[in-house]
Design a protein around this ligand. Sequence first.
Ligand code: NAD
Length: 339
Amino acid sequence: MVKVALAGLGFMGKMHLGIYLNKLEGVEVAALCDVNNGALNIKSLDAGGNIETDGAEIDLSGIRKYPDYKEMLKDGGFDFVDICLPTYLHADAAVDAMDAGFHVFCEKPMAISVKEAERIVDKVHETGKLFSVGQCLRYWPAYTEIKRLIDSGKYGKVRYAEFARFSMTPTWTRDNWILDGRLSGNAALDLHIHDVDMILFLFGKPEGLKSNGIAEKDGSISHITTLYQYRDKVVTSSGGWICSGSFGFNMRAMYILEKATVELDFSRNPVVMVYPGEGEKYPLPLAEGDGYYYELRNFAENVAAGSFSGTVTPESALESVRVCFAEIDSAKRNKETRI
Ligand SMILES: NC(=O)c1ccc[n+]([C@@H]2O[C@H](COP(=O)([O-])OP(=O)(O)OC[C@H]3O[C@@H](n4cnc5c(N)ncnc54)[C@H](O)[C@@H]3O)[C@@H](O)[C@H]2O)c1
């Protein structure tokens, strides 16, 4: 049995808690931390947010609870810390946990700046602790099955790929921290990093990029569109949270290969359709469950085994933060950025 301490019981923390309590075997929730006493005493997993949590009734009475993160680290009694705190707290929380001797799973984005993300990577190397980030698309069946199809070479090379992530404005975070660009990086970091990470996972680092963004009053970017430079393909991505509330949320992608076109659209069922050059269109079979479940299962198994075997490494998570900031820089200067 692997023991976890979960920090931050807002939208994402409740999502993770539900997985630990109701879906994953072999993980025990040993401690919970939140500055908000109400969050520590929730009776259901209903969370708000742009992706549904399961809303199940829960009983947290047997679990140790802490308003103070450092107190929780001091008391210990767990193997890893799962950080679901606001992004600007990630680096300090991760570094403190590793210094205290714990492995760390941290929600995305890894940190609020490249410098802070580098600080985490340095600490991983110094302590030898296991560390991964919730770049959940690398574990999400729709995206991973398409990657498997591309990597198989069955339909030839990718000629064009396009990723899109559209959301209503998030209004569910504590004190609206997410709408303050200094604390969240706004959508250009917080939301868009999902597609950036998938692009890097599929195609590696681009040579350069050009972004355009919609800037808010504080200068941070609430919607960003980027053209990435690869020699042998055209890749674009667009994401933000300026959609009207009634729209909700959707993620989409389009892949044009030499011998097939593949479309992913979460507003549709089946989510992934394959349109081959020869033969009938067909839905791509997908495993049940979402990326949150598979990423946490993988990390818990890694902790149990004492070694890391995941696809989200400290370095890959840092690279995704770097590319997001290169895009933000490009959008602000209205110039191409070389990488
Ligand atoms: N992987 C995904 O798809 C996904 C989706 C949503 C959010 N996230 C990420 O998850 C993280 C949390 O976002 P959220 O939407 O859950 O925010 P949230 O505001 O809903 O939850 C954050 C929680 O942390 C608590 N908190 C704040 N400061 C604290 C402190 N110093 N000590 C202890 N607790 C503290 C708050 O009280 C709150 O309950 C962010 O980094 C966000 O980008 C990831």
